[in-house]
Each structure stands twice: as structure tokens, then as C-alpha cells.
Write a protein that binds this ligand. Structure first.
Ligand code: COA
Length: 261
């Protein structure tokens, strides 16, 4: 499939999706959201892809938010709510993808860009990256999950601070509050993301899918229900061919050959 706003590259079992609208700092147009939706479906059903990297074109921005130039097309409250629901649905699909997704944050991650990064599994940031939910500066609020995922990731007070002040924070501060998982020099970001994605792409696919579900779905409820869910998924993965292969490969001192079932 070809895309106008995304570049999709393959390197072994790693797919790299580059948001490419540099004239607007890779802002998410409605067409870009539709393409993201399509590329998730494409990569989800491709067994040759074991991990994804999302990043932005150029060295200035990851994604600088939703495309503000399209906001005046939203003519009513219900139009705007539907716009938010559409973006939320695509990011929820990304979050639920059964493969690891790494955000390689190479510059501004603002508004929808910060929300996109938060829907990924692991966030690596360049030391030059900057983060924020600046919607309040436009008289609006985050609509692609920012109020919800940010509060879960960094806590209520910090989420309110960021969303109410509209302030940007730098990469070391994002690391300190838990918004990103690792910061590397900008020149090393691409390689660091590729190395991590390649490593994850060699792991047992079913185990990766189920550990992701256990964490995401477990966070929705109480500790007790999360533990029950973990036990059920542990049972499911224990019943798999990959569990037999993984254990036998360890005992035979050889590399496991995963089948994803
Ligand atoms: N939507 C549409 N266009 C955007 C955009 C967005 N979210 N973010 C940046 N752009 C455009 C700018 O309008 C500018 O276009 P122009 O060259 O036609 O004037 C171009 O991208 C470059 O941005 P510019 O503002 O000149 O770069 P800068 O280095 O001075 O500032 C930012 C960078 C990110 C601080 C600034 O662009 C900004 O505040 N962007 C909006 C971020 C935002 O509010 N996002 C949430 C949206 S809900």
C-alpha cells in the first residue's frame, strides 16, 4: 500500500513508520490519521513484522500536534466530538496492536504528537525533544487521549500542570516524570530505536502480545482483577507451542524458533 503522509520502511522484522509532513512539523491531518489506521491494519496482519518504530521526518519534530489548519472545518460540537473519537479509536488500535511499538521522539511531541507517543509501548527521546499539551493555548483541551493517558503515565498533578499551563518540557524533565523511558543524544536516537526494535522483534510473538494485553488491560481495573487476568493469560501462553519450544531450546542450549502459536 502507498501512503502520502507516511513513509513505511522495513528492515528485517522491524517496520519503521515515519510521519512525513515537514512543512507543518509533521502535524496530524485527518488524512494522516486515516493512513495511520490503514498502516496499523497492514502491519498487524503481516507475520514478517515483529516490532514497529514510529518517528517523525527531519530533525525538528516528531509530531507537532493535530493539524490546526483543519480545525475550522469542524463546524459543531458533534463534529468536534466525532473528530476526537476518530483519533482516539486509531490510537487505541495502535495501543492494542499485538506487537511492540517504539516511539522514537526526534523533536517536538506536542498535543496529538504527545498523545501519539503515549499510545506507543516504549518512548525513546532525543535529548533535543520537547513535549507538551498546548491545546489550552488554542482555547481547547486535548482530544486524542491526552487527559487520560498523561494522567495515568505521570500522575494527576503533573498531567494537570502540563494540560492547564500548556507549557513545554524538555527531554530530561520528561524522563524525570516518566513521560519517556530513555533519553539519548539526538544523533543516536535512530540507531537506539532500531537496536531495541530488532531485539524485541526476536522475542516470542505470542508472549509479546499477551504481556502487552496483561499490562494494558490490567491497568483498567483493580489489582485483584489484573492478577486474575494475568493468571488466565499465563495459562493461555503456557498452552502454546512457543512455550514448549522456548523451554526445550533452553534445555538443549539452542536458539528458539518461534512459531507465534
Ligand atoms: N498544525 C498546523 N501547522 C503547524 C502545526 C500544527 N500543529 N505546528 C506547526 N505548524 C506549522 C507552522 O504554522 C509553520 O507553518 P508556516 O511555515 O506556514 O508558517 C510551520 O509548521 C513551522 O512552524 P513554526 O511555528 O514556524 O516553527 P517554530 O520553530 O517557530 O515553532 C512550535 C515550533 C512547535 C513551537 C510551533 O509551531 C507551535 O506552537 N505549533 C503548534 C503546536 C500545537 O499547538 N499543537 C497542538 C495542536 S492541538
Amino acid at each position: 500500500m502507498t501512503y502520502e503522509n507516511l513513509i513505511v520502511e522495513r528492515d528485517g522484522r522491524v517496520a519503521r513508520v515515519v510521519f512525513c509532513r515537514p512543512h507543518v512539523l509533521n502535524a496530524l491531518s485527518r488524512a494522516t490519521i486515516a493512513e495511520l489506521d490503514a498502516v496499523i491494519d497492514e502491519l498487524a496482519s503481516d507475520d514478517s513484522v515483529g516490532a514497529l518504530i514510529l518517528t517523525g521526518a527531519g530533525d525538528k519534530a516528531f509530531v507537532a500536534g493535530a493539524d490546526i489548519g483543519e480545525f475550522n472545518l469542524l463546524c459543531s460540537a458533534s463534529d468536534a466530538a466525532a473528530f476526537a473519537r476518530r483519533g482516539q479509536a486509531v490510537l487505541a488500535k495502535l495501543e492494542a496492536l499485538s506487537k511492540p511499538v517504539i516511539a522514537a521522539i526526534n523533536g517536538f511531541a506536542l498535543g496529538g504528537g504527545c498523545e501519539l507517543a503515549m499510545a506507543c509501548d516504549i518512548r525513546l527521546a532525543a535529548d533535543t525533544a520537547r513535549f507538551g499539551q498546548p491545546e489550552v493555548n488554542l482555547g481547547i483541551i486535548p482530544g486524542y487521549g491526552g487527559t487520560q493517558r498523561l494522567a495515568r503515565l505521570v500522575g494527576e498533578g503533573r498531567a494537570k500542570w502540563l494540560c492547564m499551563s500548556g507549557e513545554m518540557i524538555d527531554a530530561p524533565e520528561a524522563l524525570r516524570i516518566g513521560l519517556v523511558d530513555r533519553v539519548v543524544p539526538a544523533a543516536e536516537l535512530d540507531q537506539a530505536a532500531r537496536v531495541l526494535a530488532a531485539k524485541l522483534s526476536t522475542k516470542a510473538p505470542l508472549a509479546l502480545a499477551l504481556v502487552k494485553r496483561a499490562i494494558h488491560e490490567g491497568l483498567e481495573g483493580s489489582l485483584a482483577s489484573g492478577l486474575a487476568h494475568e493468571a488466565a493469560l499465563f495459562g493461555e501462553v503456557f498452552d502454546s507451542e512457543d512455550r514448549a519450544e522456548g523451554v526445550n531450546a533452553f534445555l538443549d542450549k539452542r536458539k528458539a524458533a518461534w512459531r507465534g502459536r
